[in-house]
Design a protein around this ligand. Sequence first.
Ligand code: DGL
Length: 267
Amino acid sequence: MSQTQLSRAPVGVLDSGLGGLSVLKALRAELPAEDFVYCADCGNAPWGDKTQDFVLDRCRAICRFLIGMHAKMIVLACNTATALAADALRSEFALPIVGIEPAVKPASVQSRSHVIGVLATNGTIQSSRYRLLTERFGHDVRILSTGAPGLMECVEKGDFTGPRTRALAQKYLAPMQKAGIDKLVLGCTHYPFLSDVLHDILGPEVELIEPGPAVACVAHTRLRQISAARTLNASPAEQFFIKKAVLHKDVLLRLWPQAENIAELAV
Ligand code: DGL
């Protein structure tokens, strides 16, 4: 592939569902001239309570699909996939694979109360990768890590602010509030879509930290390193491949109203 062909190739983005759109938003802002192919495994979600083998198999199948779509890079817009599958995927595939992990480092450095909360999936919280992360950056802070099953499903159903979502969030946040957190790390890409409720419960003194923009910067740097960043594009495009698209199209359109190219993810 020539350098021009490479720069014109799309960036692949994958998640278990629609949460990765929070990362796609940051990628779109950072890389306005790129084309994106977004894959959501909605029909198999959540991944957060599945086995490592299951998550790896799904990621592998979707990566192969994205490579078939000529992706020049893949962004794992999913903390769970990064925690459970990134190392294996990087050893299997030659293209750059950018992952995402809970922003424990910036939260612990910036915390004034020295108590931070991390909300993520069980898969992420129980992973050895997450344990290493908290060991590395948890010296001067107390880290309250909570697996939050059910919250991603609220987003997938389009229930961003309803009473069920609020009650579930309240349950997970209560011990963190009691402990005096001043930063809440959103360790699952679905949770930025619940920011209104989370802010409302925690109040203005607790900052929500989402990693989308940082990941978009890393993605940009990687593209420059392989001389594949696109700078000119008359009509930057996004294509969406969704597992069980008929059931999830409405919520996708609420989160990404300009989506036009929506198809079934057939892998
Ligand atoms: N969006 C995901 C993450 O960042 C996965 C949620 C799930 O499938 O359980 O972890």
